[in-house]
Write a protein that binds this ligand. Structure first.
Ligand code: NAG
Length: 179
């Protein structure tokens, strides 16, 4: 009698744990991520953010994942518009362990700030829990468009940051010609 109930109990435990495994596996399949990020106008044309950078509302961005091995698109978000603060969020369904996922700038609403920065025209986001990152919220690096002409205040700000002399020494064309 005692043996039978122990066996029944064992069966029950095995049953429940395999159900849980199933549910856990299914949860991973149905994983939903929220990618959040920010877009700014690089008013000094230096390809990094300064005190003078401005949030760029109305910018359109897009997230795309491609299979790392054969480059086939595995996920594509609709075009997403950043709010007045230059912030956006993108919902992604599924786990993309085998893909490289990037948020990319599509276009800017500001004619005077629509020159994509080389370094920040797109940024990689990790959309899997299988590499140790947990949680559904994923942060993308800030993306930026460059203003057509640098603001006059940039010289002072960059000097304060210690960049002006440095870049002049290096003969940086963008900095020395635009300022
Ligand atoms: C990615 O491509 C490889 C090679 O073609 C394939 O074996 C794999 O199943 C693909 N993965 C996904 C998630 O599509």
């Amino acid at each position: 009698m005692a043996n039978i109930s122990i066996i029944a109990l064992l069966c029950f435990i095995i049953c429940v744990s395999s159900l849980l495994n199933y549910a856990y596996g299914a949860a991973e399949e149905n994983m939903q991520y929220m990618v959040v990020g920010h877009v700014y106008c690089d008013t000094c044309r230096v390809e990094f953010e300064t005190k003078l950078s401005e949030p760029l509302g109305g910018v359109v961005v897009k997230l795309e994942c491609r299979n790392r091995t054969n480059e086939v698109i595995t996920f594509q978000s609709p075009e997403i518009v950043a709010n007045n603060h230059g912030d956006y969020h993108i919902i992604v369904e599924g786990d993309y362990e085998e893909s490289d996922c990037d948020v990319a700038l599509v276009r800017s609403p500001r004619v005077d700030c629509s020159d994509p920065t080389e370094a920040w025209r797109k940024t990689r986001v990790v959309l899997t829990t299988l590499d140790g990152l947990s949680g559904k919220l994923r942060f993308a690096n800030n993306l930026g468009f460059k203003k057509d002409v640098a603001l006059p205040q940039c010289t002072r700000i960059l000097q304060e940051m210690g960049y002006y002399e440095l870049s002049q020494e290096a003969g940086d064309f963008t900095l020395s010609s635009k300022l």
